[in-house]
Design a protein around this ligand. Structure first.
Ligand code: PHE
Length: 341
């Protein structure tokens, strides 16, 4: 039986050495040193030995058990280390790979242009005054000297809401009257930026919605010369110090006299191109001296006060500056367009 034990010992050591992973090792332990393992089964036969041989056999069994335990521990440590190493290799990060591109958000080109406009008017002493997008017919038209059925209403195709008399503003001019009601009797220097809405066919040049930046100056002794000087200064700050501008007479019900301001075409420098329709000039705003009726509607006595107003289109300005030939790009949400700014 001692010989049997030695053979079992040798075999067990052999198979321990060939255990390739911890799972196989666990099975080995169960089969060898476990409660019903091969060593145990052998010790159950101790009764077959003559009594005087039993102590020597018992000692040998204990020694074998002890040695197998030690061998097992050593093999276990070895396999665990190997498995950890394999896992680390499999999940390793190659630090020499190039990084992934990080996407950065940016400001919409219309927002950038608006901010530039705010900055220039801010430098010139004008505050930003906000008023609502949903307006009443009264503020959008009537208080601006455009009574119901006035033919000038055709200049602004209007989105109506289901509530009679409540509309989406067709221009930022109603803000003029709100500002006057707020400021009276103080002098006023404000710009009124915001989205406007028109019920129109969408084309390369006109959208259903677009921004305007309205301007209003009210005080004593404000003249047409102030209007021309201030707007010329704006154009030079916006487009460059040697830009030429020109004023053309025009008609708006809420200003008298009224004009439009053109800037020398930035693209061709005045030589003529398809952006300026070969005129050399591009219109960027409407303006005029605030109509006495509108001053009165705002609470200012036109015998004492006067003022000028203007309304410009930031998308127009951006189109001119960046050679954008279709206004539909602005709200089309095409990243290929938006990422260029
Ligand atoms: N509100 C006018 C428009 O939408 C522009 C304008 C504003 C003209 C102020 C004169 C004065 O066309």
């Amino acid at each position: 039986m001692l010989a049997q034990l030695d053979e079992l010992y040798a075999q067990s050591l052999d198979s321990l050495a060939t255990a390739v992973n911890t799972a196989v090792l666990d099975a080995w332990y169960k089969d060898t040193l476990g409660r019903k393992g091969s060593i145990y089964l052998l010790t159950r036969q101790v009764g077959q030995l003559p009594a005087e041989e039993r102590p020597a056999f018992g000692q040998r069994v204990n020694a074998v058990k002890q040695e197998l335990e030690t061998a097992y521990e050593a093999r276990l440590a070895e396999l665990k280390a190997a498995e950890l190493q394999a896992e680390m290799t499999a999940s390793a990060i190659d630090v020499t790979l190039p990084g992934r591109k990080q996407w950065r958000g940016g400001l919409h080109v219309a927002t950038q242009t608006l901010r530039e406009i705010y900055r220039i008017w801010g430098d010139m002493g004008f505050q930003v005054y906000r008023s609502r997008d949903v307006e009443t017919d009264e503020y959008n038209f009537e208080l601006l000297n455009i009574p119901p059925h006035h033919p000038a209403r055709d200049m602004w195709d209007t989105f109506h809401t289901t509530t009679p008399g409540v509309i989406l503003r067709t221009h930022t001019s109603p803000g003029q009257v709100h500002a006057m009601h707020d400021y009276y009797p103080e002098p006023i220097r404000v710009i009124l930026p915001g989205m406007c809405y028109r019920y129109e066919q969408i084309t390369a040049r006109s959208e259903l919605q677009f921004h305007q930046v309205e301007g209003l100056a009210v005080g004593k002794n404000i003249s047409m010369a102030d209007l021309k000087g201030t707007l010329t200064d704006f154009a030079r700050r916006m487009f460059g110090a040697d830009r030429q501008v020109r004023f053309r007479a025009n008609y708006f019900p809420f200003t008298e006299p009224s004009a439009e301001m053109d800037v020398e075409c930035i693209i061709c420098g005045g030589d003529g191109c398809n952006v300026c329709k070969y005129t050399g000039w591009v219109e960027i705003l409407g303006c005029g001296m605030v109509h006495p009726t509108v001053l009165r509607n705002g609470g200012y006595d036109p015998a004492v006060y006067s003022g000028f107003a203007f309304g410009m289109g930031p998308e127009r300005i951006a189109m001119l500056k960046y050679r954008i030939d279709d206004i539909r790009y602005f709200w089309g949400n095409d990243l290929r367009f938006l990422e260029q700014f």
